[in-house]
Design a protein around this ligand. Sequence first.
Ligand code: ZN
Length: 161
Amino acid sequence: MNRKILRYYHPSLRKKAQKTETGEKTDKIIETMKKTLCEEGGVGLAAPQIGVLERIIVIDLGQQVDVFLNPEIIERSEETIQSKEGCLSLKGVWLDVTRSKKIRVKALTREGEEIEVEAEGLLAVVFQHEIDHLNGKLFIDRVSFLTKARAFLSYFFKRND
Ligand code: ZN
């Protein structure tokens, strides 16, 4: 399995990931994702970022690494939050993205137990960013054309941040 993180132009990052199932194969993917996230030092990673088109995300806000299979947003607040987002598939680019402030997520644990999580603030942002990856969407799709163009210019010509 490829442990390298795919860059934003890779076609796999634009595909919709399939539902996953618990089991040995999924456990292996999860272990690879955890190691990759730890090495790269991000707050979240989605399986398509390592070339696996399955609905698996891992989140690490500093305390522990949480794993969610087939995560789905079942409720979202009208209130939004704007924060600077980055992505391991597009390193060095930080953009203000507007997301729902509070969400409720339904998912399976790696043991197959169905859970619901209420997330707010940073956790809500990370969930929305990672679930976007499962649907072939990147954070740069959620900003204006101008903001995106500026970000790419600095990404290609400066590369110093
Ligand atoms: Zn990302």
